[in-house]
Each structure stands twice: as C-alpha cells, then as structure tokens.
Design a protein around this ligand. Structure first.
Ligand code: HEC
Ligand SMILES: [Cu+2]
Length: 314
C-alpha cells in the first residue's frame, strides 16, 4: 500500500504552483480566523457577566481601525485573485512547442495516440522535462482527465476539443482518473501516466506496434474518404484548397470571419452546413456517423502538416 500522505506527489511544474496557491490561501484563512476568533474568545472571557473587568470609558469607534480592516482584506483578496487568475491562465494555455497526444474517451476507457503513431489504452507514457499537450474529445458522455500528481483536471466533452498540458518534473508512475461521473463503470475508468527518461521514451516509441505517424495516417484517410476528390483541385467541383488553412482567418458566407482551429476543422467535417466558406456552395456531405473521432483527429493532424512544408513525407 502507498505510504499515507496528505498530498499527492508534486510531479509537474504546475503542481508546485497550485500547491503554493493552496498553502497561501490556507495561511490567509488561518490568519483571518485567528484575527476574528481569538479576540472573540478573549473578550467573552474577560467581559463575561460578573467579571470584575474595568467597564468605564467604552470605546466610541476608530477611523484608523475601521479603514484598516476594510482596506487590508480588500488588498489581500485582490492579491489572491490575481495570483489565482495568473496561475489559471498559465495552466489553461498550452505553450507553443509541445509534444502532442490525442485522447479519445469513451465509456469506460481512455484511448490515446502519440504524434508518431504509437497507441495506448488507459496508459500514457511521456518523457521527463518536456511540455506535453493533450487534445481530447469524447465519443459518448462527458469524462474528465485528472492526474492528481500533475494537478491538472479537464473535462472531456463530446463534440468539442479541450486541451490539457503539463510539464513532468519527476520520473515515476502516477494515477490517471476519470473525474466526471460517466456511468456504471466510471470508477473503473482509471489508468496511469508513466514519466520516463527521454532516451527511454524514444526507445519505447519505437518498440512494439508503432504504426505510422498520425499525419501520414490522416493523409491516407483524406484520400480514402474522398476528401481529396473535391479538395485537391478537381475541375468539376469548386472546393477550397486546404493547404495552409490551419490557423488561417476564414471568411464565411454569413459575413463572419473565424479562425480555422481544430474545432473549426472538426465542425467542417461533421457539420459542413454550419459554417460555409464564403464563395463556395454547401455541397460538402456531412461525414457525421461515417468517421470516428480518432480519424477526424488524424485528418486534422494531416491538415496541420500540409500548412507550411507541403504534404507530409510522400
Ligand atoms: C463533394 C465535395 C467535397 C467532399 C467529398 C469533401 N468536401 Fe470539404 N468542402 C467542400 C466544399 C464545397 C467546401 C466549402 C463549403 C463549406 O464550407 O461547406 C468544403 C469545406 C471544407 C472545409 C472548410 C475549409 C475552409 O476553407 O473553410 C474543410 C476543413 C473541409 N471541407 C474538409 C474536408 C474533409 C476532411 C473531407 C473528407 C472527410 C471533405 N472536406 C470532403 C467540398 C467537399
Ligand atoms: Cu469517464
């Protein structure tokens, strides 16, 4: 059995930061409890009925005291608010250059795939000292990807992409939990995160069933599913060229301009009628029900890869 401990280990950069905030808040509470309750106890004993304490000269108020106990908590409160807000901002926004892992949750398991193609179930292997970003979605109900040792928890929602990132700082194995009640076997939807030395991670990536990189698999799907028939310059059909589309500002027929992020690309594939590119007709069929979440993520990885450097390795 694990040693008893009050706190899970701190195994990521944000773990330390979250704990500092938590300890800071606790210290502040203890301070205010002391400032309010110690005098209450003191006065109720000192001025209890029948005590001989001096009751002449009752105090008639003090501006200094009143403004002090208004302003001091205000400043402390705003200080903690800013601290929390900055930390939240930091935890919610993945850094630019990170390892990418795709996560599809379903009742009751986690399916993960690394950029290089390696797949895992209920286990996530990551190298020490790198930033890792998970792009997550669910095939059915809402789940939540929770790694207590990293102090990260994020809902995984059907129909949407959410992200979670962390920077492991300690080798070892850590619990992975689903933290959103998701049906009968919710409590069994657990796994582990294994933080490895970078060399060991590289080796692990290339052993066992490695598969192809997700961008290359995405390119294959792009052909097989007939996307290329319309999107790769067919003279008969007018469809937007998708090279360079990722991250671009796309004008829509409705007059809006949206950024072509993962969510936009996903919606374009499943709900093509929702946002129609300006200047094109709404002739793209919906692939809803004909394509899995994992496949959509691969196609998106492919579309990202053809952004700058042309089609991913022929
Ligand atoms: C029948 C032809 C056709 C097929 C097949 C097709 N598309 Fe499209 N696609 C279009 C047209 C036309 C548009 C522009 C109108 C719109 O936004 O719906 C479009 C728009 C898009 C957009 C938005 C592009 C932008 O610039 O905003 C994406 C992304 C996309 N398609 C991806 C795909 C993928 C991935 C597949 C295969 C799973 C696919 N398409 C299959 C015709 C097609
Ligand atoms: Cu779950």
């Amino acid at each position: 059995m694990d040693k008893f401990r009050l706190f899970p280990v701190e195994a990521s950069t944000s773990a330390q930061q979250v704990d500092w905030l938590y300890f800071g808040l606790t210290a502040m509470m203890i301070f205010f409890i002391a400032v309010v309750f110690l005098p209450i106890i003191f006065f109720s004993i000192r001025y209890r009925r029948g005590s001989s304490a001096d009751r002449s000269n009752p105090s008639s108020g003090s501006n200094l005291l009143e403004s002090g106990w208004t302003l001091f908590p205000l400043v402390v409160g705003l200080g903690f608010f800013s601290w929390g807000a900055i930390l939240y901002y930091h935890i919610e926004r993945p850094p630019k250059e990170t390892l990418q892992v795709q996560v599809v949750a379903k009742q009751w398991m986690w399916k993960l795939q690394h950029e290089e193609g390696k797949k895992e179930i209920n286990e996530l292997h990551v190298p020490l000292g790198r930033d890792i970003t998970l792009t997550m979605t669910s095939q059915d109900v809402i789940h939540s990807f929770f790694v207590p040792a990293f102090r990260v928890k994020q809902d995984v929602v059907p129909g949407r992409y959410t992200t979670e990132w962390f920077h492991p700082t300690k080798l070892g194995e850590y619990h992975l939990f689903c933290a959103e009640y998701c049906g009968t076997n919710h409590s069994a939807m657990i796994g582990r995160v294994v933080v490895m030395r970078p060399e060991d991670y590289q080796e692990w990536l290339s052993t066992g069933e490695t598969g192809q990189s997700i961008a290359i698999e995405g390119r294959r799907l792009f052909r097989e599913r007939g996307c290329s028939g319309c999107h790769e310059g067919s003279p008969a059909i007018r469809a937007p060229v998708l090279e360079g589309v990722y991250g671009k500002q796309v004008p829509l027929a409705s007059g809006e301009i949206v950024t072509a992020d993962d969510q936009y690309l996903r919606d374009s594939i499943l709900l093509p009628g929702k946002q129609i590119s300006a200047g094109y007709e709404n002739i793209m069929p919906s692939f809803s029900g004909h394509i899995s979440e994992a496949e959509i993520m691969k196609i998106i990885a492919y579309l990202k890869s053809i952004n700058a450097q042309g089609p991913a390795g022929q």
